[in-house]
Write a protein that binds this ligand. Structure first.
Ligand code: NAI
Length: 471
């Protein structure tokens, strides 16, 4: 029972539950369009998982750990003698926390600038036009709305037999906060989180073993690119056990035993200082009292709309809690689209052109279809290795390749897949080209600055037509 309760008399055009990349971008766009907006957030800071315990803190640690690794392994080869670098993990963590805190304040500023009222507390449905916000001080407020947008995000999926204590056995959240570098670390799941956080701790000195259920890493990536990436990670010292099923994990004092059925069917216990569980995420819709609004998630907890992100006349869902990839930029685009639809516009979201990026070193990035997915189409595939790209060679970052897939008849680019330094930035050009239904010929004929890595993308387009010149 709440201590006090008060109704906010105004009826908002939009009440958004959740202030992650989906929710806060929806709020900003709705505010820009002149709608009255409230945003409800249960955390004490804005920005959701991405900003508080996801994309942003992990990128801070990826950046810092990469510099540490480069200082230890590469600088002397470039004639820069800095001796053996010494890790100050506390400072590294503080730099990460400072980046997060600055950015959460930035989101608060943007919401204020766009006249969005922020209510801190747990939001839940009273009915299809009313949201109750229960604050940390047990005070409830009631908000009336013409539209309610559910943007509550996701939470780490759990594995039966593996209890996450956020100490020895951690989710992605605990893996951003280890008090010291583990000597040994088992990562369960070779997806994006496992590879990014496994890389962070490997660069800082941990012996990392990644256990993966399927026969390769990075589900969803083009298998050729995933294989190339795996070979690079292995050179960096990561050990992969694929086709292996984690059955359970047991904490014993300062270590954890991860029980795995190995590819040959034998059981083995991998003992490590800590283990990270990174086997996917599931929508977070608990406590919303969706039934009061006549809305039901599917059996996986996903809020499935009508294809246009609408769950009911007054209710919308965006981001990780609805169908599609669980990515911040997908949530952002859906947030913008829903705000525009509420304002009477007809925005278009190209769900087939959402890029994926793995922020390891080198990065892996892709957009559009994989070669496998196009097995029934007549296609041409162009490839270009960074080994033949002058900028990559000059910087000593020549691992990886660009793979471009085009329709054999129309030459339209259907997919671009990259493993290599800067792949996450390079993929933007592929997104733009594909959004304009561009062809490989278009890309091959557009002038690219020399020497840049983007020339590798251009050369892959030339290769699709059989005239790559620099290989
Ligand atoms: P994921 O779905 O990317 O990968 C999970 C992996 O765990 C899969 O390869 C799966 O086969 C494996 N797995 C499942 N059960 C297993 C078991 N019992 N034993 C061994 N392996 C098992 O999930 P992840 O990495 O947890 O990421 C969750 C979500 O967060 C994803 O949707 C991802 O796109 C998103 N994310 C995106 C980031 C980015 O864009 N850079 C960064 C971090 C997360």
């Amino acid at each position: 029972m709440s201590r006090g309760s008060k109704a906010v008399t105004k009826t908002y055009d939009v009440v958004i539950i959740g202030a992650g990349p989906g929710g806060y971008n929806c709020a900003i766009r709705a505010g820009q369009l002149g709608l009255s907006v409230a945003c409800v957030e249960r955390r004490s800071t804005l920005g959701g998982t991405c900003l508080n315990v996801g994309c942003i803190p992990s990128k801070s640690l990826l950046h810092a750990s990469e510099l540490f690794h480069v200082a230890a392994t590469e600088l002397s080869g470039l004639g820069i003698d800095v001796g053996t670098p010494k890790l100050n993990l506390g400072h590294m963590m503080k730099a990460k926390d400072d980046a997060v805190s600055g950015l959460t304040k930035g989101v608060a500023f943007l919401l204020k600038k766009n006249k969005v009222d922020v209510f801190y507390g747990e939001g839940s449905f009273v009915d299809s036009e009313t949201v109750r916000v229960l604050g940390a001080d047990d005070t409830a407020q009631t908000l009336k709305a013409r539209n309610i947008v559910v943007a509550t995000g996701s939470e780490p999926a759990t594995l039966p037999g593996v209890d996450v204590d956020e100490d020895r056995i951690v989710s992605s959240t605990g893996a951003l906060e280890f008090p010291e570098v583990p000597e040994t670390l088992v990562v369960i799941g070779a997806g994006v989180i496992g590879l990014e956080l496994g890389s962070v701790w490997a660069r800082l000195g941990a012996q990392v073993t990644v256990v993966e259920y399927s026969d390769g890493i990075l589900p969803g990536a083009d298998p050729e690119i995933a294989k190339a990436a795996q070979a690079i990670y292995e050179q960096q010292g990561l050990t992969f056990v694929t086709n292996a099923k984690v059955e359970s994990a047991v904490v014993d004092g300062a270590s954890v035993g991860v029980n795995v059925t190995m590819p040959d069917g034998n059981r083995q216990t991998l003992t490590a200082d800590r283990a990270i569980v990174a086997i996917g995420r599931r929508p977070y819709t608990r406590g919303l009292s969706l039934e009061n609004a006549g809305v039901n998630p599917d059996e996986r907890g996903v809020l499935v709309g009508d294809g246009a992100l609408r769950l009911a006349k007054t209710i919308w869902a965006i981001g990780d809690c609805t169908s599609g990839p669980m990515l911040a930029h997908k949530a952002e685009d859906e947030g913008v689209a829903v705000a525009e639809m509420i304002a009477g516009q007809t925005p278009l979201i190209e769900h087939d052109l959402i890029p994926s990026v793995v922020y390891t070193a080198p990065e892996v990035a892709w957009v559009g279809a994989t070669e496998d997915a196009l097995s029934d189409r007549d296609i041409r595939v162009g490839r270009f290795p960074f080994l033949a790209n002058s900028r990559a060679r000059a910087s000593g970052e020549s691992q990886g390749l660009v793979k471009l897939i085009a329709d054999a008849k129309t030459d339209e680019v259907l997919g671009v897949h990259i493993v290599g330094t800067g792949a996450g930035e390079l993929i933007g050009e592929a997104c733009t080209l594909m959004a304009m239904s561009g062809s490989a010929e278009d890309l091959a004929r557009i002038c690219h600055a020399h020497p840049t890595r983007s020339e590798a993308l251009r050369q892959s387009a030339m290769d699709a037509a059989g005239w790559a010149m620099q290989i």
